[in-house]
Write a new protein. Structure first.
Length: 339
């Protein structure tokens, strides 16, 4: 089994945090989004992972440190890491084809801007599976249309009239991903463009037109990391799941001085928390210091100092300094707001 992870976009909706760090590497509940997604997929697949192929963007942004991090992620799961580059933002189908040398055999394709909780029960008789989540407002999503056998027969983008309430979440399984590769090559060769980009959906539609059988997979939770507010919501949900799984969330090296931690919270290595109340639903990265702080429903990254603050729904980057009375803030790496 292979996992293909397109992650070339810079994540403009999560600025300022994604100005210096690729969005898939922003931590949620103490672990980068892409690390958590890939690890969770590998765990629920329940079979050996041969290769994990990452499609990255501009080397000036997705640099050697990103490559090193992703290589370590793949090798930690017993897989070979393959790194590809998408030098132009030409769409999902184009991104996948940048990894064409890895497009053979059974594979999962997963876009690295969401997190899931699911059991993957693959239908080995199907040619492909598209994971979906039931949603309240299907007109805002791409959805699948099913036949009487619950097979996918059509993909519909933001339907004006009701088609189904099963939204496509950006995770796919192909029994032989080389078939998708062939259809996407046709899309590229014939310049089939929607929204100014080459789309994976056009490759999938080509497979369907040739009688390939598609089924759905459903997830228990689909958590977005598209902007600050939903990332904080996802952080809180993930902390709750990890607490229920009895995972250790507070590092032994953390110093908790005259302070209260209200779970669930993630507290990283060498964190110092003094005269503060932290939680619930707070993640604090390694080497960060909090002093005289009341904080909940927030995410603070590494090597940051926060003093004299009352924070809720706050997101603070790496190597930042904050001292003040603001509440709902969002400041990126190396920022300073000091009295």
């Amino acid at each position: 089994m292979k996992i293909i992870v397109p992650m070339a976009g810079r994540g403009s909706r999560l600025r300022p945090h994604s100005l210096t760090v690729p969005k898939p590497l922003i931590p949620v509940a103490g672990k980068p989004i892409v690390h958590r997604l890939v690890s969770d997929i590998a765990k629920v697949l329940g079979e050996p992972i041969e290769e994990i192929a990452f499609v990255l963007g501009d080397p000036a942004f997705f640099g050697d440190d990103v490559v090193k991090s992703l290589t370590e992620l793949a090798e930690g799961l017993g897989a070979k890491a393959s790194i590809y580059r998408q030098d132009q933002p030409l769409g999902t189908g184009h991104a996948i084809m940048c990894a064409k040398d890895s497009l053979s055999g059974p594979a999962v394709i997963a876009y690295a801007d969401t997190l899931i909780r699911a059991d993957f029960n693959l239908d080995k008789d199907a040619d492909a599976a598209i994971w979906v989540k039931q949603v309240d407002k299907p007109e805002a999503y791409g959805v699948v249309k099913l036949n009487d056998n619950n097979e996918i027969v059509e993909l519909v983008e933001k339907p004006a009239e009701f088609v189904s309430d099963l939204a496509v979440i950006g995770i796919y399984y192909f029994k032989d991903v080389a078939v998708l590769k062939e259809e996407l090559q046709y899309v590229l060769d014939n310049n089939i463009i929607h929204g100014g980009e080459y789309q994976i959906n056009d490759g999938i539609k080509g497979m369907m037109a040739k009688g390939r059988r598609f089924v759905t997979g459903q997830v228990d939770e689909w958590m977005d990391c598209g902007n600050k507010n939903v990332t904080l919501e996802t952080n809180g949900k993930m902390l709750g799941f990890l607490q229920a799984d009895n995972e250790k969330l507070v590092a032994d090296s953390a110093q908790i001085i005259n302070s209260e931690i209200i779970p669930p919270c993630y507290v990283g290595e060498n964190v110092v928390i003094e005269n503060s109340q932290v939680g619930p639903n707070v993640s604090i990265g390694d080497n960060t210091k909090l002093e005289n702080v009341n904080i909940k429903n927030s995410l603070i990254q590494t090597n940051t100092t926060v003093k004299n603050a009352n924070l809720e729904e706050a997101m603070i980057g790496n190597h930042a300094k904050f001292d003040g009375s603001f509440t709902k803030i969002s400041i990126g790496d190396y920022s300073a707001l000091e009295a």
